[in-house]
Design a protein around this ligand. Structure first.
Ligand code: PEP
Ligand code: MN
Length: 449
């Protein structure tokens, strides 16, 4: 079996690798990969082990995972404001979830490296022309010309550099006072005051406020207490472009193990999860916590083999299964999988991606998702876990802190005619800042019920 065979950072090259760009100039590609291989790692092995320990707590039902960020990060929309606003929303959601679920929230951004996109077709038809599909800013440019869509290896280096700057700012914000509990809650109170659904959320927000007042009365000042003013936000992305991931894979001097130092956590997408494929081969050998998307066609037999291949030592927190079946399929589709994995004894984190199974094209022609479907999928996910006695470990969502109009619904009842107003994503539609905080309140209600 593949998991027993020797592994090296390049052993994936012997396997079929789906979704790789057709780089026109292999010399330039090798040059870029060599440059990246000589750059410092973006993260350190010890941080990955710390995240794995936290995720082990999620697997055991003692913590909740919030994994969130862009569908695809952009080279153009890259600014301190953009990063700060995304982080702010993630922190707000985390406090609402921590209070209502009653366990710590493990925060993982789809940030600082989430650039590459799998596509259903290698080509896109534009008029009479067939041009290469857009594969994310790490590969090409979305402009619909042949030249813009030509994969450019220089972009790999730019993606590394942007990831380094993003991570640097994330570290500064999360350790430098921005994440102070009282401050984040004050933003949530502003949100509640301005929200059309305000009354619905007021009770939960004032419960949190009372808890904070109680702490202050006991002499616990959040600003002076590192555990309340500093947070850990880990980074993650889909490990899609395997040459890039290999170039950042380094041996940990402490343990001698290999780590993919492009992010703390990496996941395998729905389109590249073949058991004998290159993506599974690559990720089985790195020490990082890893994830795999689980779509509606997944069978129990496949899933057990996947667990055996990716986590043969059955380390809690090593493997997160991210289900994305669609709101109508999740409850019945998930139950047999939960049963099979539980019976196998594999300690996995179960997370719900309520986005990718609920995408449709609106009458306006825009690709979108409805807030109600997103919530419905999470509802089905929670019910399936309740019925099987397993822990609904977390959510995995595409969001931005900005006031975009990409997903329908939410408390402001965004409709199809508004999608054009601020539709800014370069790939899938994201929840905007308000819809994201809305979602956290609604998930809190679901879990408390
Ligand atoms: C994604 O997470 O952006 C994505 C492409 O998901 P999936 O692999 O589940 O389709
Ligand atoms: Mn997406």
């Amino acid at each position: 079996m593949s998991s027993r065979e020797p592994w090296s950072p390049s052993s994936w090259q012997e396997r079929r690798a789906g979704q790789q760009p057709h780089w026109p100039d292999t010399g330039a590609l090798e040059g870029s990969l060599k440059t990246i291989a000589e750059m410092p790692p973006l993260i350190f092995a010890e941080e990955c082990r710390s995240l794995q320990t936290h995720l082990g707590q999620v697997a055991a039902g003692n913590a909740f995972l919030l994994q969130a960020g862009d569908c695809a990060e952009s080279f153009e929309e890259f600014s301190a404001d953009n990063i700060r606003e995304k982080l702010r929303v993630i922190l707000q959601m985390a406090i609402i979830l921590t209070y209502s679920v009653g366990v710590p929230t493990v925060k993982v951004g789809r940030m600082a490296g989430q650039f590459a996109k799998p596509r259903s077709s290698d080509f896109e038809k534009v008029g009479d022309l067939e041009i290469p599909s857009f594969r994310g800013h790490i590969v090409n440019d979305p402009t619909t010309t042949e030249a813009a869509r030509m994969p450019d290896p220089e972009r790999l280096v730019q993606a590394y550099n942007q990831s380094a700057s993003t991570l640097n700012l994330l570290r500064a914000f999360t350790k430098g006072g921005f994440a102070d509990l009282s401050r984040v809650h004050a933003w949530t109170q502003e949100f509640v005051a301005a929200s059309p659904q305000g009354q619905r959320y007021e009770q939960l927000a004032s419960e949190i406020e009372r808890a904070l007042s109680f702490m202050r009365a006991c002499g616990i000042e959040t600003e002076q207490n590192a555990s309340l003013s500093e947070v850990d936000v880990f980074t993650s992305h889909e490990a899609l472009i395997l040459g890039y991931e290999e170039a950042l894979t380094r041996k940990d001097s402490l343990t001698g193990e290999w780590y993919d130092c492009s992010a703390h956590m990496l996941w395998i997408g729905e389109r590249t999860r073949e058991l004998d494929g290159a993506h599974v081969e690559f990720l089985r050998g790195v020490g990082n916590p890893i994830g795999c998307k689980v779509g509606p066609t997944t069978t129990a037999e496949y899933l057990i083999e996947l667990c055996e291949t990716l986590n043969p030592s059955r380390i809690p927190g090593r493997l997160t299964l991210i289900t994305r079946m669609g709101a109508d399929k999740i409850e019945d589709g998930l139950r047999p999988l939960l049963r099979a994995v539980t019976d196998s004894g594999h300690p996995v984190v179960w997370a719900c991606d309520p986005m990718h199974g609920n995408t449709f094209t609106a009458p306006s022609g825009r690709k979108t998702r409805h807030f109600d479907d997103v919530l419905r999928e999470i509802g089905g996910f929670v019910r399936a876990h309740r019925a099987e006695g397993t822990w609904p470990g977390g959510i995995h969502v595409e969001l931005t802190g900005d006031d975009v109009t990409e997903c329908l619904g939410g408390s402001e009842e965004l409709d199809d005619t508004q999608l054009d107003d601020r539709y800014q994503t370069i790939c899938d539609p994201r929840l905007n800042g308000r819809q994201s905080v809305d979602l956290a309140f609604r998930v809190a209600e679901l879990i408390r019920d």
